[in-house]
Write a protein of this length. Structure first.
Length: 279
């Protein structure tokens, strides 16, 4: 009953996508803080933060057919989403991954040009273009940082302008004075201080198809299909890794309509039945 009430409370809002596959719990937190319990075929809106819990996977479809699959303990905010087939110049998507891992398969919207489809994270902005990728953000274990000097200033990092309207995704920059995060990095496995996922803190990407660009305060790096990337901090440029650093992404087999590898499962796209436009 509570779930029905929470969903019904926002039934009149304009949706930007629907839940197409679900294994476990999926919540949506609105911009005003209200919570919704999502189920299969549930809609969600611009400004919602989608959140999975332990061992849960969820796949959602956006208006243009783009698909995002959330792994366990993941939060993905729909910062800005506009799609109108008749006005492609206005179309743009900005998603924000604040924790966890997500697989994104960009639809037609991602092929419109630079910054038409952006995934923002605390450590870098990912210009997805029309690619398919897995992104995993491993936060620093705060329990291991007791007594350290931490600062969390907010800074704008990505701006997408469309006909005079600018949407800024915000990065959270962490400054840890007593940690040697500025040392040269060759392999993510050598970064040390493994987080709760078993791999060192930082942002990891794997490109399954197409090409992407990562940029942050340290620089910019392109990645193409088959490549892995990593950056441990906002101030250190992304680097190409020679092998999989430990990215694990294994949605239930039912999520996939095509054969995929362990890190590339869930590659099918099933657009939801939504026909409204958010501006």
């Amino acid at each position: 009953m509570l779930a029905l009430l929470l969903i019904g409370a926002t039934a009149g809002a304009a949706s930007v996508g629907t839940v197409t596959d679900l294994n476990g719990s999926l919540l949506a937190r609105e911009a005003n803080g209200a919570l919704k319990v999502l189920a299969l075929n549930s809609p969600f809106e611009q400004g919602d933060t989608l959140a999975t819990r332990h061992a849960a996977y969820a796949r959602v479809a956006l208006l243009d057919g783009s698909a995002a699959t959330l792994g366990p303990d993941t939060e993905l905010r729909i910062e800005k989403y506009v799609f109108h087939a008749a006005s492609p110049a206005e179309n743009v998507a900005v998603l924000v991954l604040t924790t966890g891992r997500v697989r994104i398969a960009a639809g037609p919207l991602g092929k419109l040009g630079i910054h038409s489809f952006t995934l923002a994270t605390p450590l870098a902005a990912i210009d997805i273009h029309g690619a398919t990728l897995i992104a995993q953000y491993v936060a620093e274990d705060r329990s291991a940082l007791t007594g350290q000097n931490l600062r969390w200033p907010m800074r704008p990092a990505v701006a997408v302008a469309t006909d005079g309207y600018t949407s800024s995704a915000v990065f959270r920059h962490v400054s840890m004075h007593s940690l040697n995060l500025e040392a040269p990095l060759l392999l993510a496995q050598n970064a040390g201080n493994a987080g709760p996922t078993g791999i060192p803190p930082g942002l990891y990407v794997q490109v399954l198809d197409g090409a992407i660009n990562l940029s942050n305060g340290g620089g910019s790096q392109n990645f193409s299909a088959g490549q892995f990337g990593f950056t441990p901090s906002f101030q250190q440029p992304p680097v190409i890794l020679p092998t999989n650093p430990g990215i694990q992404f294994t949605p239930p087999p039912s999520f996939s309509t095509t054969t995929g590898s362990q890190t590339g499962a869930g590659s099918g796209t099933k657009p939801g039945d939504v026909d409204c436009v958010v501006r």
